[in-house]
Ligand binder design. Structure first.
Ligand SMILES: Cc1ncc(COP(=O)(O)O)c(C=O)c1O
Length: 431
């Protein structure tokens, strides 16, 4: 497989676009690929190579590429004003769809990116509880804003003790004292969390978490863990916020909160909610959400609730709700088949591999550990071997997320899955 056109385009792009890519997360080996088109679960790059895609544009394309109902609805919408900066009926139509699907959604608010939803949820929580601090978990990602980007991928020598991890800033240029308002806990350890909450009594406005730790290896919560966190939040008078930017409209039509049966006070959504159009959502309890209108909590956004995004979301949510959530049941079933098949391929070749997560979002860990529980366990993953595998998979025509994650859409077919396993068998053989 050749990537000459992508290489040439990157050279050209670098002369006008900072870094040549629109997000540094995309600057990956062997070369950031430039794409020309896609259909269903397949993508074609500018060199004419075809791939079965498990990156789904980092998550949003839950209905695959060029889904006919999305295309038709967006064509119709594009003939109308793209934005009003004012009210229009699609706002309450989509808000009502989300209310019907998501357990915590007594009210919703629209923004454009996941990072913005987190900023809004932080502000709502601090205003509601009149407390300054947010508790987050090591390895969890909540966007790139100054107040949120702590202890996402700290190095082993930066993390501090497991009993009270340090809040490690994630970027140069980040406001240094933002870390003063962040408390960090290890994931999947209720005993440690309880002690940390005791040590910060009366200071923590909200416990903020990815209900499945998707951004550091798709690590599932242990049985009863989320309910345990819910109980601790109640005992300490904190809000519980689920960041469902990945799990939302993917794990289950009602998100991880519906799957696990634990309802947070607030939740943030992005990615799959729009099926590819830029849209994000904060949903939550009425009295917390109403602070935006009567409680002095300021929030804005020129593109909030724009008709184009909401038209896309209305179709996406309709498709995901149909037949009692059949589309996501399919995506998760296809993903489970892949997870089992990949485990078998690695085991058959004596390659130490753990596949963690749920069907529609899972992760490949090249590790000798028998179980992975929290971020620190992932530090022993063999990243060189992962990079070799990603390159081998790409060369066979399979795209994974560059960190080793795989997203499965509602349009991946049994044929796609079988073909993928054949290709990945050859990729394992290349290692
Ligand atoms: C759990 C989670 N929260 C927030 C974000 C930030 O979303 P965005 O990239 O749309 O700003 C992401 C992005 O990957 C995410 O995975």
């Amino acid at each position: 497989m050749k990537w000459d056109q992508s290489r040439a385009m990157l050279e050209r792009s670098r002369r006008s676009l900072a870094g040549g890519v629109s997000s540094p997360f995309r600057a990956k080996a062997p070369v950031p690929l430039f794409f020309e088109n896609g259909q269903g679960a397949r993508l074609t790059d500018v060199d004419g190579n075809e791939y079965i895609d498990y990156q789904l544009a980092w998550g949003p394309m839950i209905l695959g590429y060029n889904h006919p109902a999305m295309v038709e609805r967006l064509r119709e919408q594009v003939a109308k004003p793209l934005s009003y900066g004012a009210q229009h009926p699609l706002e309450f139509v989509v808000a009502e769809q989300i209310q019907a699907m998501v357990p915590c959604a007594e009210l919703v608010a629209f923004t454009s990116s996941g990072s913005e939803t987190v900023q809004l949820a932080h502000r709502l929580a601090r205003a509601c509880k009149r407390r300054p601090k947010i508790l987050k978990f090591e390895g969890h990602y909540h966007g790139w804003m100054d107040g949120a980007l702590h202890s996402y991928k700290p190095q082993a020598d930066e993390t501090g003790p497991l009993e009270h991890p340090l809040a490690v800033p994630g970027s140069r240029g980040q406001v240094a004292n933002a870390a003063e308002n962040v408390v960090v806990s290890p994931w999947n350890r209720l005993d440690v969390l309880s002690r940390i909450l005791d040590a910060h009594a009366g200071e923590i406005a909200a416990i903020f978490l990815e209900p499945v730790l998707c951004n550091s290896g798709c690590l599932m919560p242990e049985p009863g863990y989320l309910q345990g966190v819910r109980d601790l939040a109640n005992q300490h008078g904190c809000l519980l916020v689920f960041d469902e930017v990945i799990t939302g409209f993917r794990m289950h039509p009602g998100g991880a909160q519906a799957h696990f049966g634990v309802t947070p006070d607030l939740a943030t959504f992005g990615k799959a909610v729009g099926g590819g159009v830029p849209l994000s959502v904060v949903a939550g309890r009425l009295e917390i959400m109403e602070q935006m209108f009567s409680g002095g909590v300021v929030f804005g956004g020129t593109f909030n609730g724009n008709p184009f995004s909401l038209a896309g979301a209305s179709v996406c949510l309709e498709e995901l709700s149909r037949d009692d959530g059949a589309a996501l049941r399919h995506a998760n079933r296809m993903g489970e088949t892949l997870m089992a098949g990949i485990r078998e391929l690695a085991a058959g070749r004596g390659i130490p591999l753990q596949v963690t997560g749920f069907g529609a979002a899972f992760y490949l860990h090249f590790t000798t550990l028998a179980t992975l529980k929290d971020y620190r366990d992932t530090l022993s993953d063999n990243r060189d071997l992962l990079q070799k595998f990603l390159f081998a998979a790409l060369s066979e025509g399979v795209i994974l997320v560059p960190d080793g994650r795989m997203y499965v859409s509602a349009v991946h077919t049994e044929r796609d899955v079988a073909e993928t396993l054949d290709k990945l068998a050859r990729a394992f053989d290349r290692l």
